[in-house]
Design a protein around this ligand. Structure first.
Ligand code: PGA
Length: 260
C-alpha cells in the first residue's frame, strides 16, 4: 500500500466515558497490547479530567495523548473552558476539533472550528479537524457541498504550513455510533474529494501530504478494507476504542495494511 509518505493515524475518541481509574486501566492495557507504533501513529483522547493521569501512564510509550476539544482563548474569565496550553500542560499533543457531536449539541460553527484550530496550532498541538455530512444531506445529494463549506469555513486565513501540521477526519454523521459504517468506496469518494479541495485551496503538495482519517463505526473487522483505499490514512474510532483488545486489534489490522 502506498501512503505517499503519510503515516497512518489511529485515534481513539473516548467521548464522555471512563473515570480516571478506568482510563488508567484501559491505557495500561493498551500500552501492553500495542507494540508497533512505527508504521501507525496511535492516539487516545480521554475526558479532560483523566488527561494528566493517562499522560503519566504513557510516559515512555509511543502512544500519544489527545483531548476532545479546547477553547481558543489562552486564559482569563472564561468559566468552564480549557485552553491549548493547558492541554499541553496536561500532556496532550493532539486535540479533536469540530466533532459532529460538538457541532450538533454545543453550537460549534465554522467560525469556532476555525478559531479553535488556529489556537491549537499556536499552542503546539496537532488538531484533528472533523468534517462530515448528515444523513439527510447525503440523501439530498449535498455531501460534497457540505464538506466543501466545512473545509472553507474551518480554514479561512490558513497557510499551507498550518494545513500540513494538522490531521483531517471525515466522519459521515450517519455512520457515527450507528454501526452503519460507510463502505470503503463511499468513504474513498469523499476522501478523494477532500484532497482535491485542499489541493485547490493550498496546492497539490499540501493535499498530498495531508493525513485524512475516516471515522464512523470503525471496528477491527472493517479497518483494513477502509485503509486499503488510496486516500484513507487511518481512523478516528469512538465506541470500539473503549475496549483495549478491540482497539489494539484495530491498530494491528491497520498496521497489517501498511506493511502489505
Ligand atoms: P463511532 O464514533 O466509532 O462510535 O462510530 C466515531 C467518532 O465519533 O469519532
Amino acid at each position: 500500500m502506498e501512503f505517499m509518505n503519510r503515516k497512518p493515524i489511529i485515534a481513539g475518541n473516548w467521548k464522555l466515558n471512563k473515570t480516571i481509574k478506568e482510563a488508567i486501566e484501559l491505557v495500561t492495557l493498551l500500552k501492553r497490547l500495542i507494540q508497533d507504533t512505527q508504521s501507525v501513529d496511535v492516539v487516545v483522547c480521554p475526558v479532560y479530567t483523566a488527561l494528566s493521569d493517562v499522560s503519566e501512564v504513557l510516559i515512555e510509550s509511543e502512544i500519544k495523548l489527545g483531548a476532545q476539544d479546547l477553547y481558543w482563548e489562552e486564559k482569563g474569565a472564561f468559566t468552564g473552558e480549557v485552553s491549548g496550553s493547558l492541554l499541553k500542560d496536561a500532556g496532550a499533543s493532539y486535540v479533536i476539533i469540530g466533532h459532529s457531536e460538538r457541532r450538533q449539541f454545543f453550537h460549534e460553527t465554522h467560525e469556532t472550528v476555525n478559531k479553535k484550530t488556529k489556537a491549537a496550532l499556536k499552542a503546539g498541538l496537532i488538531p484533528i479537524v472533523c468534517v462530515g455530512e448528515l444523513l439527510k444531506e447525503r440523501e439530498a445529494g449535498q455531501t460534497f457541498e457540505v464538506i466543501q463549506r466545512q473545509l472553507e469555513g474551518a480554514f479561512v486565513n490558513f497557510s499551507k504550513e498550518e494545513i500540513q501540521a494538522l490531521v483531517l477526519a471525515y466522519e459521515p454523521v450517519w455512520a457515527i455510533g450507528t454501526g452503519k459504517v460507510a463502505t470503503p468506496q463511499q468513504a474513498q469518494e469523499v476522501h478523494a474529494f477532500i484532497r482535491k479541495e485542499i489541493a485547490k485551496m493550498f496546492g497539490a503538495e499540501t493535499a498530498t501530504s495531508l493525513r485524512i482519517q475516516y471515522g464512523g463505526s470503525v471496528k477491527a473487522d472493517n479497518i483494513a478494507d477502509l485503509m486499503r483505499e488510496a486516500d484513507i490514512d487511518g481512523a478516528l474510532v469512538g465506541g470500539a476504542s473503549l475496549d483495549a483488545n478491540g482497539f489494539a486489534d484495530i491498530v494491528r489490522n491497520a498496521v497489517s495494511v501498511t506493511v502489505k
